[in-house]
Design a protein around this ligand. Structure first.
Ligand code: 1CP
Length: 359
């Protein structure tokens, strides 16, 4: 796919707080959005999803457009994130998997041998054409709110494929990595290609920023991350440098990996609640002393949203102060919105972040 023609489709949102913050500039207020803001915490989401399987929803452009826009309308967040899933491109490529309510992605035939890896189909752009169509609808719908596209990073996708579903310890994945490194690298190379194709379709359709989710990378030591994962995630970022949009790299429990994750080529590093943002930023500076000041995203513990407003406000203020000390900051949770979260608390968090940081 070429990168040239469709760039003109991109909206000029230079003053949007999310994009200014991601570029290291001073936005008019600290931008705020929430991972998993579209979805199960919203009654309007549950209503439109009734009777439509998850993967089918992700391939139905008007439904994707509606669900993606819902949290923007309700909360006034500074960005929309495309309603989709990290396993969608695997499904679209023809890999047998389903998203099972209450469990998550379940793979019909887990990938565990060199022959399994060789037989994995690759994604063709037209197989996710519906996602491009949904983005086209969204650019008209969202006005001046940036749209974040996303994909799963090769390690996190590999974990679902090798384990066959969600995993606590990733033991089969790590066993493959250490016992058959060539098969492992072949698998990650294929997954990186699929992720790249999925992101290029989104970029060509006009997304304003993107986030690479390596949600489960925090299960790895820095040594293993560097050897078995980083080269593949880096290839993804490097292949996208021509697209002048901010690129965010996020994982859970990645306090020890932050420097490596930025060095993959990210402009913004997502941080979970286990490490203060100013400490995270210091680690990023120490890891790459020659680079521009880091921009961090995070990191309110999603469980704190259940603790009553006084606790929420206290934590939001602490995080904003630590974000200020960090340098550039995009406010978010440290991981996704939990399904039973009261959405009115999320709206109040947006209002609070905006009112405290308005410049
Ligand atoms: O029927 C349903 O409603 C299914 C629930 C659901 C939803 C709403 C799943 C299944 N995925 C999604 C949407 C989704 N997935 C979004 C929507 C946009 C938004 O953020 O508002 C995004 C960004 C994702 C990405 C995703 N899927 C990640 C990375 C983010 C993260 O949470 O770390 C991961 C790990 C997945 C896998 C997945 N899909 C669904 C579930 C329940 C899971 C996690 C399962 C597990 O614990 O391993």
């Amino acid at each position: 796919m070429t990168n040239s023609a469709p760039v003109s489709a991109r909206r000029d949102l230079a003053d949007a707080p999310l994009l200014a913050a991601a570029r290291g500039e001073t936005p008019r207020h600290t931008p705020v959005w929430f991972m998993r803001q579209a979805g199960r915490s919203l009654p309007e989401y549950r209503k439109v999803r009734e009777g439509v399987p998850m993967l089918q929803s992700c391939l139905t452009p008007d439904l994707v457009c509606e669900i993606t826009a819902q949290p923007v309308r309700r909360h006034g967040v500074d960005a929309a994130i495309l309603f989709s899933d990290i396993v969608l491109p695997l499904h679209a490529a023809g890999i047998g998997l389903d998203i099972v309510a209450g469990t998550g992605p379940v793979v019909a035939e887990p990938v565990r041998t060199a022959a399994d890896v060789a037989a994995l189909p690759q994604l063709a752009p037209e197989q996710v054409g519906a996602v491009g169509d949904a983005i086209g609808l969204l650019l008209a719908e969202l006005g001046r709110t940036p749209l974040i596209g996303f994909a799963g990073a090769p390690f996190t996708l590999a974990s679902y494929l090798v384990e066959g579903g969600p995993s606590r310890n990733h033991e089969r994945t790590k066993a493959l990595m250490h016992s058959e490194p060539r098969t492992w690298h072949a698998l990650l190379e294929k997954l990186a290609d699929t992720t790249l194709t999925f992101l290029q379709v989104q970029l060509a359709a006009g997304v304003d920023a993107l986030q690479l989710f390596d949600s489960w990378a925090g299960a790895l030591s820095l040594r293993d991350y560097r050897e078995f994962v980083l080269p593949h995630s880096r290839r993804i970022f490097e292949s996208l440098t021509e697209w002048d949009v901010p690129k965010i790299h996020f994982g859970v429990g990645t306090g020890e990996l932050l420097g490596a994750m930025r060095s993959a080529g990210a402009d913004v590093v997502g941080v979970d609640w286990r490490i203060p943002l100013d400490t995270a930023a210091q680690r990023l500076r120490d890891a790459e002393p020659g680079r521009d000041a880091p921009v961090v995203q995070g990191n309110l513990d999603p469980a704190v949203l259940f603790a009553g407003w006084d606790a929420v406000e206290r934590e939001v203020r602490r995080i904003l102060a630590e974000g200020e000390a960090a340098g550039g900051h995009i406010f978010n949770l440290g991981h996704g919105v939990l399904p039973s979260t009261d959405p009115t608390v999320l709206t109040r968090v947006v209002e609070l972040v905006h009112s405290i940081t308005r410049r």
